[in-house]
Design a protein around this ligand. Structure first.
Ligand code: FAD
Length: 206
């Protein structure tokens, strides 16, 4: 990536109505050979290329994408990043990935728009309650942040949820994974003045 993102580049580009940002990705002519060729520029292909370069010091890697980068499942998913999976292997793998996500914007100097609000799964019948409690226990045994919430606790965490008892799908409880790191919240707060400044500059310029 050619761009260096900072509050200064944000101000500079706000002054020119964001029309002069450098392209984020290069569009190079293919070489005759590579040490590794990765087919597909989705999350997995890009991460593979990145970690081959970062951890294995490989520099000559091609990522071949038939559409546009991140335009596959990676660009159209629900964007929930969580690790509250039932099975040990999945939980371990996803928790490792979740921890990487927590520092990725800083590591890449690129806003990956990761913002931890907590993920809640609701139970609507007795089997859901059993399944979600089982999952919460499994998560906790794996050291993963997970709590089981009563209906009242669901309402307290997310007041807009309708927890009335006379609706078709009653809320009988739910699980919650928050994984909120105080230092990261503080970092987000550090980004806030920059964002506010950009909004202000746009407003002033309009
Ligand atoms: C509707 C939906 C919701 C989801 N929600 C979540 C969620 O909330 N949280 C979560 O963690 N996961 C979610 N997932 C799963 C997650 O999105 C995928 O597991 C992940 O994006 C897969 O990444 P990928 O790089 O393997 O595939 P993709 O992102 O699909 O990338 C594959 C790329 O390969 C390219 N390609 C394919 N064939 C070729 C070829 N022959 N030559 C060149 N390029 C090629 C495609 O154009 C594409 O860009 C969801 C998936 C879907 C579909």
């Amino acid at each position: 990536m050619g761009n260096k993102y900072s509050v200064f580049s944000l101000i500079k580009n706000a002054l020119s109505y964001h029309e002069n940002w450098q392209r984020a990705w290069k569009d190079p002519t293919p070489k005759k050979e590579y040490d590794a060729v990765i087919v597909g520029g989705g999350g997995h292909g890009l991460a593979t290329a990145y970690y081959l370069a970062k951890k294995h010091n490989m520099k000559n890697i091609a990522v071949v994408e038939k559409g546009w980068i991140g335009g596959g499942n990676t660009g159209r998913n629900t964007t929930i990043i969580r690790s509250n999976y039932l099975w040990d292997a999945s939980a371990g793998l996803y928790d490792h990935a979740l921890k990487i996500w927590e520092g990725l914007s800083q590591e890449l100097n690129y806003n990956v728009m990761f913002s931890q609000r907590g993920v809640m799964n609701l139970a609507h019948n007795l089997q859901d309650v059993r399944d979600l409690k089982r999952r919460t226990h499994a998560n906790r045994l794996n050291g993963i942040d997970a709590v089981y919430l009563s209906t009242e606790e669901v309402k307290k965490f997310c007041p807009i949820i309708n927890t009335s008892q006379d609706i078709r799908y009653r809320v009988l409880g739910g699980t919650l994974q928050v994984h909120y790191k105080e230092e990261l919240v503080q970092q987000d707060m550090m980004l806030l003045p920059g964002v506010m400044l950009e909004v202000l500059m746009k407003w002033v310029l309009i």
